[in-house]
Design a binder for this molecule. Structure first.
Ligand code: ZN
Length: 309
């Protein structure tokens, strides 16, 4: 059986692991996925063996582990390692992907020796995601002096509600996942927005409690089909390139998206003004058409606008 692109054996099944499965093969062997996806998160700062946490140390202090806390632990080589709860997975990758029916799934692969992909990368069966390793918290009966101590791939798959699914058939390649480019084409004839934060959920309805259908990411462009305002958010209805229709929120006053509206042309005044009252003041543009203008400033930059007399 092929688990994640390499010959591995199942070392912990979904029944006993509860929310994932573990597959062990050769230490530092390549890891691939059986399908397509987009990398949405990467942690890649640990060294296999050196930054593998001693399991007994973890068990002794387990009650103190809390989300968001940094914990000082002892690695299997006796080295002091600082780790937060979500780094127990060591070097890891989170991938957004979809079933053939279009249902959102997130894959999390953990304990890698090294991650070879970057946030935002599109990956498929040909992509080497990284190498199997033992970073983070791993359990093994092997001697602590053995550098392959606990080396395995942890695969966790969650649906849009965050519910863990049995990952087996995805690990063996029995079920393959898909991913299509979802950003729309840039167009001057359409009202569009560009995402200027890391990511925003796509919701089925314009409210924060409706189903999550996927996410939009930094620098992606979408055509606005409809605008719905609420007290806290402006919701933009979109259809992605993979055919999902839903609503993306921009927090009012929060600057989550940059609007690119077809009727709002932002043109700097081509004429240099004849009269400059104060050399430290500069006329930036002459308003030719009433509308809302967006001005991007960099740190410490100041904006002066000349007043009408
Ligand atoms: Zn695991």
């Amino acid at each position: 059986m092929i688990y994640l692109g390499s010959t591995r054996v199942l070392t912990q099944d979904f029944g006993s692991h509860k929310y994932a499965e573990d597959y062990a093969g050769d230490h530092k062997s390549i890891v691939k996925m059986n399908g397509q996806g987009k990398v949405i998160q990467v942690i890649n700062r640990f060294k296999s063996h050196e930054d593998s946490i001693n399991y007994q140390t973890f068990l002794n202090n387990q009650s103190r582990w809390k989300d968001g806390n940094i914990y000082h632990c002892v690695s299997i080589t006796g080295k002091q390692v600082d780790m937060s709860y979500d780094e127990l997975g060591g070097n890891q990758i989170v991938i957004e992907t979809y079933t053939n029916e279009g249902t959102l799934l997130t894959f999390r692969l953990a304990h890698l020796d090294q991650v070879l992909v970057h946030n935002g990368d599109f990956v498929d069966e040909g992509t080497i995601l990284g190498y199997q390793g033992n970073t983070g918290l791993v359990l093994s009966s092997k001697a602590t002096s053995n550098e392959t101590y606990g080396s395995h791939v942890h695969l966790e798959i969650r649906n849009q509600d965050g519910t863990p699914l049995n990952p087996r058939s995805y690990a063996t390649g029995e079920i393959k996942t898909t991913y299509k480019k979802q950003s729309n084409e840039l167009s001057k004839d359409k009202d569009q927005f560009k995402v200027i934060v890391d990511n925003i959920n796509i919701r089925q309805e314009p409210n924060t409690t409706s189903n999550i259908l996927g996410m939009v990411y930094m620098n992606e462009v979408y055509t606005i089909l409809e605008t719905v305002k609420s007290s806290e958010y402006t919701w933009y209805k979109i259809t992605t390139g993979r055919g999902v229709t839903g609503y993306v929120a921009s927090k009012i006053g929060g600057q989550w998206v940059e609007l690119m509206l077809k009727n709002e042309e932002i043109k700097p005044d081509p004429e240099v003004p004849d009269e400059v009252i104060d050399p430290t003041y500069e006329l930036l543009f002459t308003c030719k058409k009433t509308g809302t203008y967006y001005v991007k400033l960099v740190e410490n930059e100041q904006l002066y606008i000349k007043k009408n007399k």
